[in-house]
Structures are given as structure tokens and as C-alpha cells.
Design a protein around this ligand. Structure first.
Ligand SMILES: Cc1ncc(COP(=O)(O)O)c(C=O)c1O
Length: 409
């Protein structure tokens, strides 16, 4: 390798995740300490003023900034911008929904419109369709697979500030073409925000595909061990970060705490390793389910039967470990399957080291009107699986026994 190649070589994801957050650690502790402090001491009034003016870097008060949240946010930003010339800016929020709300509130005012996919994570959908309209922010939805519908929404509405997408979408796994959406949104003067929770920067880096903003529920793969509820906002645009998202986050107050940030930082150290195993197991479980007599259909971006496999191949670096499948026995079979699993954990959430199984119709979308749920592709017998990193044979054996028991009734 020449000197020039060595200098221009970019660090890999594990190197970023393991070394990327140490900048603020001045204590010589090997592992970044937890700065569990609500406020910070000024040397003098002049020192305090210099911090308020941002003439120098430092901390004032926990809601305004904390070394742990900043370190973790900067690692996630670096992962999202792994191939960009400049590291994007990151903020850590108290939850994935705090990150989503901060972005939407920061970018819109009464009279503006947000265009989003029809099918979205349920709370995001509810925020857009039921909450923001109270503040005069309109919501128009398009089918994520239909760019003509997006174009119509952009043509028919004025003041479209943002196009908001989630790909792969929870829980149907349908993909939206980030590059094409960004091209059309930018032509109409709108920004693009992508919820990258399902794919993670291991599989997909939306900023590299033309998006302006990425949001995450760090509750999921980025923390990885189910120990934290958290969120992140990433953007390459300094003005968006500094003048919009940061003031909105600290004014509404949905900031992450230092302990949660620290746990996410520890989780990130094994992020790349975990994701490789997640992907391996995800593909094998998808293939197994597709062959199973109790299963009508499997939605997994890496299967040849997946209608958008070509988009998955160009937009993503792999196919992940999230999948959903349709049981032939519908709602009753869904409930029976979940009541029979022994190894798979019966719980909402996703992206943890253990395999999590959920039946949206009887669990997270239980309160939604059936017609609304069906409109989002969430059928009665749809099961969502977040394939963990346990030994594959054990996951397959548990699914097999539970599917067999559920089919017996
Ligand atoms: C795709 C997606 N986005 C956002 C969220 C919200 O994240 P949180 O629960 O951390 O607020 C979730 C939660 O499941 C999700 O699946």
C-alpha cells in the first residue's frame, strides 16, 4: 500500500465504532466514563460566557449537552457517513420517537406540508396524521413503491418542506428507492428524511444516497442488547444540525441521558460483528420459513421471491435480519404460534441479540382499526421476526416446533 493510499484509506465500521467516541475523555480511563452530572462548573464568569458564546468547547448544563451523548452521537454520525468526505453531525435523543418528533417540529410551521410514505412505523404515522395537523402541519401520503404518487403529491401541494420515508418499512419490509425520492424531493425544494432503524448504517447509508437527514431508534440494532430506549438524528448539513435540530431538541427537552448514551456506545463496539451474524441468520431463517408448509409468504429483501430484490441489491449492502411472514392460518394461527415459542422472545421491539417475535395484529397494531391496518399491509396472520444472533439451529428448531404446534391448533 502506498503512503497516499494509506493516508486516504477510510476506517472500517468497527474501527469507527470502537475508537470514534473517545475525543472528550480526558481522564485516561480506558473505557469512556459516564458523566452522570446535571450541571458543569465554570472556572469564572468569563469562562461561562465563553461557553455560552461557543467561543470554546465545553459543557454548561446536561440538557444542553453531555460528553456521553456527544460521543455516541458522533460515532453514529461517522457510521452513517462512513464513505462521505466529511463526517456528518449527530444528536442523541431520548427515544426514536423523540428523534422523529424533533426533526418534524424543527422543519415545519403552520401551513407547511410533510409528504410521507403511507406505510410507516405506527407512532410516526400517528404523529404525522393525527398530532401535527393540530399545529397546522398538513400530511399527504404516497405509496412508497409508487414514485408517480410522490410526484403528484409534490405537484399538488405547496410548502412541502419534507419527504419522510422509512425503508425497509416496519413490518412489511417494503422498500422505498432513496435515490429516486431524493431526486424528486430536491427538485421540488423539499428535504428528505429517512428512518434507517431497520437497515442500520451496516446495510444502508441514506446520506450517501442523497437523503438530507437520517433518524434512528437506537433502541434497536445500534444499542443491540435491549438495554436502552433512545434515538438519533444525523445530518451532513451544519445549519440544519446547529440552527434547527439542536435548538429544537434542547428546547422541547427530549434529550438522551448519559447512562443510556454510554450503554449505546458499548453496544456499538460490537455493532459490525453483530450485524454480520444477524444477516447470516436472517437469510437462513427466511429460507427455512419459505419452505415451511404453515407459511404462505415470507417478506425478506434477500429472497428471490421478494418483489423489490433488485432495489435491495442496489440500495443496501446486505439484507439484514428483519423479516415478516404470512401464516396460512391467519389471526388464530398467529396467536397460537406466539403462544408456543420457547426460545424466541415474545416481545415488541427489534434488533436485539435475541430473536424477538411479534404478531402485529394482536400486539403493536392491536388498537388500530382493522381497515387502517390492512391498508398498511398488516394482515391478520402477519408475523414479524427480528432474527437474533443465537446459534441458527436453535432458532430454526424453536420456530419449527412452534409452527407445528400452532398448525395442530
Ligand atoms: C422503524 C422505527 N422507527 C422508530 C421507532 C420508534 O423508536 P422508539 O421506540 O425508540 O421511540 C421504532 C420503534 O419500534 C421503529 O421500529
Amino acid at each position: 500500500m502506498s503512503d497516499q493510499q494509506r493516508q486516504s484509506r477510510r476506517p472500517g465500521l468497527s474501527t469507527i465504532a470502537i475508537h470514534g467516541g473517545q475525543a472528550s475523555n480526558k481522564t485516561h480511563a480506558h473505557v469512556q466514563p459516564i458523566y452522570q452530572s446535571s450541571t458543569y462548573v465554570f472556572d469564572s464568569v468569563a469562562h461561562g460566557q465563553s461557553l455560552w458564546r461557543e467561543d470554546e468547547y465545553g459543557h454548561i448544563y446536561g440538557r444542553l449537552g453531555n460528553p456521553n451523548t456527544e460521543a455516541t452521537a458522533s460515532i453514529i454520525a461517522a457510521l452513517e457517513g462512513a464513505n462521505l468526505p466529511n463526517r456528518p453531525y449527530g444528536l442523541l435523543a431520548a427515544s426514536g420517537m423523540a428523534a422523529v418528533s424533533t426533526v418534524l417540529l424543527a422543519l415545519t410551521r403552520a401551513g407547511d406540508t410533510i409528504v410521507s410514505q403511507k406505510s410507516l412505523y405506527a407512532a410516526t404515522h400517528s404523529l404525522l396524521s393525527s398530532r401535527l395537523p393540530h399545529y397546522g402541519v398538513n400530511h399527504v401520503a404516497f405509496d412508497g413503491g409508487r414514485l408517480d404518487e410522490l410526484e403528484a403529491a409534490l405537484d399538488d401541494n405547496t410548502n412541502v418542506r419534507l419527504v419522510y420515508i422509512e425503508t425497509p418499512v416496519n413490518p412489511t419490509m417494503a422498500l422505498t428507492d432513496i435515490r429516486s425520492v431524493a431526486k424528486r424531493a430536491h427538485a421540488a425544494g423539499a428535504l428528505v428524511c429517512v428512518d434507517n432503524t431497520f437497515a442500520t448504517p451496516y446495510l444502508q447509508r441514506p446520506l450517501e444516497l442523497g437523503a438530507d437527514i437520517v433518524v434512528h431508534s437506537t433502541t434497536k440494532y445500534l444499542t443491540g442488547h435491549g438495554t436502552v430506549v433512545g434515538g438519533a438524528i444525523i445530518t451532513g448539513d451544519h445549519a440544519l444540525y446547529h440552527d434547527r435540530f439542536l435548538p429544537t431538541l434542547i428546547t422541547y427537552g427530549a434529550v438522551a441521558g448519559p447512562m443510556d448514551a454510554w450503554l449505546t456506545e458499548q453496544g456499538l463496539k460490537t455493532f459490525e460483528l453483530r450485524m454480520a451474524r444477524h444477516c447470516e441468520n436472517g437469510m437462513a431463517v427466511a429460507r427455512f420459513l419459505e419452505e415451511h408448509p404453515a407459511v404462505a409468504r415470507v417478506n425478506y429483501p434477500g429472497l428471490p421471491s421478494f418483489p423489490q430484490i433488485d432495489l435491495a441489491r442496489t440500495q443496501m449492502d446486505g439484507f439484514g435480519a428483519m423479516l415478516s411472514f404470512e401464516l396460512k392460518g391467519g389471526y388464530t394461527a398467529g396467536v397460537a404460534l406466539l403462544d408456543h415459542v420457547r426460545l424466541c422472545t415474545l416481545a415488541v421491539s427489534l434488533g436485539t441479540v435475541d430473536t424477538l417475535i411479534a404478531h402485529p395484529a394482536s400486539m403493536m397494531n392491536f388498537k388500530m382499526a382493522r381497515e387502517d391496518r390492512l391498508r398498511m399491509g398488516i394482515t391478520d396472520g402477519l408475523i414479524r421476526l427480528s432474527v437474533g444472533i443465537e446459534n441458527l439451529e436453535d432458532i430454526l428448531a424453536d420456530l419449527d416446533q412452534a409452527l407445528t404446534a400452532a398448525a395442530r391448533g
